[in-house]
Design a protein around this ligand. Structure first.
Ligand SMILES: [Zn+2]
Length: 100
């Protein structure tokens, strides 16, 4: 598990750069050293989305068994926290492919 390095120049991508791209709908990441662009592999993206969906399902089960917790208050806060937590690990396992 390591954060992506540029395949051309071995420039190390920053965690924050990959993390930020997730919230821009998995935008391309660009090497700051040589300008090579990379797109996230569809399998990494799928894994991330499945984990997020599983977390949302578990949260909705939890909320439905705890009706005193309102979704639009606490539940929504928990949801955002879970998505940020899951996404913070994404840069460590995400695979990126160079864009031609
Ligand atoms: Zn590079």
């Amino acid at each position: 598990m390591a954060i992506k390095k540029c395949e051309n120049c071995r420039h190390q991508f920053k965690w924050s750069q990959i993390f930020g791209s997730i919230f821009a709908f998995h935008a391309l990441i660009k090497c700051n050293a040589c300008g090579q662009e990379y797109k996230v592999s569809s399998s990494s993206r799928l894994i991330h989305e499945l984990i997020v969906i599983a977390a949302i399902l578990m949260l909705s089960l939890f909320l439905s068994s705890n009706p005193q917790i309102s979704f639009w208050g606490t539940g929504f806060g928990i949801l955002i926290a879970i998505i940020i937590l899951i996404s913070s690990f994404f840069p460590f396992y995400a695979k990126y492919q160079p864009v031609e």
